[in-house]
Design a protein around this ligand. Structure first.
Ligand code: GSH
Length: 211
């Protein structure tokens, strides 16, 4: 253990950085944020790749521990803080299902449409058309689960929410109206009503004083 605050290296618009910063903030864990500028290739420099050999954001550093995927970051923080995790083996597998789900349907779905609309002027349309069915299937499956569950696993918010919510939260950039999935909007609101939740991009901008 160390008294040095955790360092989070990431980028303000990055959904994966949002997962980590929300977990840090909502568990009231002290941390410092450092911007890695993806536009200028800050994630592909030799210095950054000594920390994160896969050259993506975010990276989280706690003393001697360097983590460079959000799933282990969420698990690590749950264990360190005793919040949003589980001691139950099978609940843990249930949370793992949602980690996979977020990659299958939203990383390779909703996040692609959002990226193209937000950062590439809406084109190429063919790529959006390619990923749209996957996003819609993911929203259908999530809605079906939330029709009979307030939360993803175990009847309470867990790190599964931190993996899935940040993808769904950016729906306005993905050419959908979340009202078409009536169980999803109330779940977004339930998560956003938890203590410490802050709009993640504004939160990160506030931490850097950028723009
Ligand atoms: N599976 C990784 C995904 C990380 C990721 O794809 N980050 C994006 C930003 S949201 C990135 O670094 N993209 C730049 C690149 O791949 O070159 C995680 O969960 O941390």
């Amino acid at each position: 253990m160390t008294d040095t605050p955790i360092r989070l290296l990431g980028q303000e618009q990055s959904i994966n950085t949002h997962k980590a910063v929300l977990m840090l903030t909502m568990t009231d864990t002290p941390f410092e944020f450092e911007v890695v500028d993806l536009l200028s290739g800050g994630h592909k420099t030799p210095e950054y790749e000594t920390l994160n050999p896969w050259g993506r954001v975010p990276t989280m550093i706690d003393g001697e521990h360097v983590l460079f995927q959000t799933v282990p970051m969420l698990k690590y923080l749950a264990r360190k803080t005793g919040q949003f995790g589980t001691e139950d083996e099978f609940e843990g597998y249930g949370i793992g299902n949602w980690f996979g789900f977020s990659t299958d349907y939203f990383s390779a779905g909703l996040a692609r449409l959002r990226f193209i609309n937000r950062f590439m002027g809406g084109e190429p349309v063919a790529i959006k058309d390619h990923y749209r069915p996957n996003m819609l299937r993911g929203l259908d499956l999530l809605n079906r689960h939330l029709e009979s569950n307030d939360w993803l696993v175990g009847g309470r918010p867990t790190i599964a929410e931190f993996a899935v919510h940040p993808f769904v939260y950016v729906w306005p950039d993905a050419e959908v109206d979340i009202a078409d999935w009536p169980a999803i909007g109330p779940w977004l609101e339930r998560f956003q009503a938890l203590p410490g939740w802050t709009e993640p991009e504004a939160l990160l901008r506030g931490l850097t004083g950028n723009r």
